[in-house]
Design a protein around this ligand. Sequence first.
Ligand code: SF4
Length: 67
Amino acid sequence: MARKPWVDKEECISCGICKSNCPQVFRFDSRGKAECFDPCGAEEEVIQSMAIDQCPVSCITWLDGAD
Ligand code: SF4
């Protein structure tokens, strides 16, 4: 199973970069915090370079898909 990006919502400042760059992977929840709704919505390399590396507060990390 693919690794899944995970957002630390306590750190997220709702800038929207991840959602704008990877709209098939990230969305805002009801509080306006980013969350991953489809880890397969983009290639891992794209998620890394366009979302994880761009997040201004570095609050997106990978979860290992062990389950
Ligand atoms: S890029 Fe980071 S701070 Fe911005 S909305 Fe996404 S998770 Fe939140």
